[in-house]
Ligand binder design. Structure first.
Ligand code: GLN
Length: 255
């Protein structure tokens, strides 16, 4: 399959049956809609376990998942090497939560086993306690609008010098390495690989992030695109995250 240069943006949805918790599949819909809304063709391919990963798409998307399924996804991706080759030849990758962990150097799963990751992000994940659960607000380092989303993870991720955070946490946990607030970072960027701990789906709540990914993937600057309901949704989530009701809710979830 050769997509690059054919006028359509190729997006590969990796293992949604294994990795797609908390509506992460919605991220694909947002990406496709934001291309179509600008009259840009898009071809989305879904890859299931055991199927080959096409290497010539512009963007690869990996969602969150439970420990067992993320280990399965990680092993398949490591064995095939296809994602690494696609990144080497210029593709972008977007990953959420377990996806972020899988892209790192290694990650620890429940029970203490450390599993090698893909090494596309200079990041290592170890178990943390308590589990990070709840709404998150984070301020992107590049001055983009506040990032809003939902987190639920038992791993905490430390970034090495090769990766930089996507944002600084305003409320919630984010990467959370080593325990409660971690180092206050959220997500990671390394070249054209971008990852976050946030569900939501995060691209529905933060369309600017969808556009940033599409620009990374295509190298083109995209025209602005209105999504009238988004500001209302964002304001609602921001208010909720700041209201304090959230901490009570997280505390209940941790009991
Ligand atoms: N299994 C991972 C963890 O608990 C990721 C969870 C997720 O993707 N929501 O840290």
């Amino acid at each position: 399959m050769t997509w690059r240069g054919d006028g359509q943006v190729g997006i590969v949805h990796l293992y949604p049956t294994l990795m797609g918790t908390y509506g992460d599949g919605g991220n694909l819909k947002v990406l496709a809609r934001r291309l179509a809304g600008r009259g840009i063709g898009v071809r989305t391919v879904t890859v299931g376990p055991g199927e080959p990963v096409p290497e010539t798409a512009e963007l690869y998307v990996l969602g969150g998942g439970e420990d067992v399924s993320q280990v399965a996804a990680s092993r398949e991706l490591r064995e095939s090497g296809a994602l690494g080759r696609a990144v080497e030849s210029g593709a972008a990758v977007f990953a959420v939560c377990a996806g972020l962990q899988v892209l790192g150097r290694d990650f620890e799963v429940a029970g203490g086993k450390v599993e090698p990751g893909l090494g596309l992000l200079d990041a290592t994940t170890r178990r943390r306690a308590p589990r990070a659960v709840g709404e998150v607000l984070a301020r992107p380092l590049d001055g983009s609008p506040l990032l809003t989303g939902y987190e639920n993870h038992g791993g905490g991720t430390a970034l090495g010098p090769g990766a930089r955070p996507l944002a600084r946490v305003v409320s919630g946990v984010g990467n959370g390495a080593g325990g409660p607030g971690g180092d206050g970072s959220e997500g990671a960027i390394q070249g054209r690989v971008l990852a976050t701990y946030l569900h939501g789906p995060v691209l529905a709540r933060n369309p600017w992030l969808a556009d940033r990914l599409l620009e990374m993937a295509t190298g083109a600057e995209l025209a602005p695109l209105e999504a009238p309901w988004v500001e209302q949704l964002r304001a609602e989530r921001e208010q909720y995250a700041r209201s304090g009701r959230l901490s009570a809710e997280s505390a209940r979830a941790r009991r």
